[in-house]
Ligand binder design. Structure first.
Ligand code: GLN
Length: 484
């Protein structure tokens, strides 16, 4: 078997029994990247030498008898997560030559665990998008069909996991960016509870919903990565002192008796019929395993997109103000005065979607419109959050489709921002409410993957793992791989 195909669980077992070395495993992943990434374009930076060095260090630790689920496991990192000494571009021209001076808190934790960084993955510029087409370095291609998008904004990470270029990958989810590409590429993608994993060292998009999380080949693997990256961090005041469970412990528990809510509003409107059939089949499978399903209602779901697309641009317009051509990245040369310097640097450095969001956000925050837009959107957000918390107090989790359709063709929706924003109808709710949510493979429509989403109670990722893992023990969807 080719080592790059292994899951974290399989690989770490082999590493610990000394059947393989971290160097061999890392080599296999790097070779796979060389073999297929010319077509997929999932990676922006591949750091062969650094990866081999980290792998050798992991092998020494293994030889010294150290154990650990992630010791010697190679992974890829979305390029809006800071990695010390490695280029970190956020897929933007403005950061094209920027090398991170420090590592994100979650990267430090993975370094300590002995995981091996292979490189950085493509994304929509600054994570603004749902197709990875907004990257300044060109789109990533979906490994299931190279003419189609991988979803976004963590499209490079999802495509890389699907194509077995790494054992797992990291993404960030602000309004669906882990779950959406996971569903388009048929991998498992977890958005942890807001605050569960530190934002320190992420390139900020929407600070009130940003959260980093794993993209993996199985649900069990997502639990392993979350356990490693979760926890309180003194550099991120939104991470509470909440215990991090050993997710492996309860993952095998049956779903018998668990109550799963089906929010009516997520099964109507723009939902593709065949996608719905796939989700219905998944529900049937979980019923067979003993889960109880009941219909619930989240009537404010329909305002999710509208409120998300006021709040997100508002925070973006403020967060991206730091890119002034002086402190970070691209700087326009020989400008007459300061203002021209700003406009030239930003005008050249930012792409069209980023500019659109800065303008929308600046407008929504401006004195005359603040109450009508930003404040109103925040009020709607509070209602959405309270409504979801309320419904979740009577069930163990919710089940919905992740996306209304399957992967679309590259170029098909890029001229229509509104259409692109509608990709997020089923994923913005959990983001606005700060709840954990996971997309897992649930079938195929015309050869294209379908994902189902599980949404849980605050800090209760464990239930999502239990349901998802149970589903993966009797289904094979997550084992299917694209032919490349
Ligand atoms: N599609 C969403 C957006 O464009 C996803 C963003 C994200 O989660 N980073 O805002």
């Amino acid at each position: 078997m080719t080592l790059n195909k292994l899951t974290i669980k399989e690989a770490s077992e082999k590493l610990q029994k000394r059947k393989i070395t971290a160097v061999q495993l890392t080599r296999a992943c790097l070779a796979r990247i060389k073999e297929v990434d010319g077509k997929i374009k999932a990676c922006i930076t591949v750091c062969d030498d650094k990866a081999m060095e980290m792998a050798r260090e992991a092998d020494i630790r293994l030889k010294n008898g150290e154990n650990g689920d992630l010791l010697g496991i190679p992974y890829l990192v979305k390029d809006n997560i800071m990695t010390r000494g490695i280029k970190t571009t956020a897929s933007s021209k403005i950061l094209e030559n920027y090398t991170a001076p420090f590592s994100a808190a979650i990267i430090k934790k993975l370094n300590q665990a002995g995981a091996v960084i292979l490189g950085k993955t493509n994304l929509d510029e600054f994570a603004h998008g749902a197709s990875t087409e907004n990257s300044a370095f060109g789109p990533t291609h979906n490994p299931w069909n190279l003419d189609r998008v991988p979803g976004g904004s963590s499209g490079g990470s999802a495509a890389a996991v699907a194509a077995n270029m790494c054992i797992f990958a990291l993404g960030t989810d602000t309004g669906g960016s882990i779950r959406h590409p996971a569903s388009f590429c048929s991998v498992t993608g977890l958005k942890p509870t807001y605050g569960r994993s530190s934002r320190f060292g992420l390139i900020a998009m929407t600070s009130s919903t940003d959260v980093p999380g794993p993209l993996t080949k199985t649900v069990a693997d997502a639990g392993i990565v979350l356990a490693a990256i979760a926890g309180q961090d003194k550099n991120d005041a939104t991470t509470p002192d909440e215990p991090v469970p050993d997710y492996g412990q309860d993952i095998d528990k049956s779903v018998k008796g668990l109550k799963i809510g089906l929010p009516r509003e997520y099964f109507t409107g723009g939902l593709n019929k065949e996608v719905k059939q796939a989700i219905d089949a998944a529900i049937k499978e979980l019923k067979k395993q003993g889960a109880e399903f009941l219909e619930v209602s989240l009537p404010h779901t329909k305002y999710g997109i509208a409120s998300y697309y006021i709040i997100t641009p508002s925070e973006i317009s403020s967060n991206l103000a730091r890119f002034d051509g002086i402190r970070y990245g691209f700087s326009a040369k020989e400008t007459e005065d300061l203002i021209t310097g700003y406009t030239k640097s930003r005008g050249h450095g930012f792409g069209p979607e980023v500019k659109r969001r800065i303008m929308l956000g600046t407008y929504a925050l401006s004195a005359g419109y603040f109450d009508a837009y930003y404040l109103q959107a925040q009020k709607v957000r509070t209602i959405i959050k309270e409504e979801m918390d309320e419904v979740l107090s009577s069930v163990d989790c919710l089940l919905t489709p992740t996306s209304p359709g399957t992967a679309f063709k590259i170029g098909e929706q890029s001229g229509d921002p509104l259409q692109m924003y509608l990709e997020d109808v089923f994923v913005t709710g959990a983001s606005l409410a700060g709840l954990p949510a996971m997309s897992i493979p649930a079938g195929f429509v015309n050869g294209l993957p379908v994902g189902m989403q599980l949404i849980g109670k605050r800090f209760d990722e464990a239930t999502l793992f239990r349901v998802g893992h149970s589903f993966q023990t009797t289904t094979e969807w997550h084992r299917e791989k694209p032919e490349l």
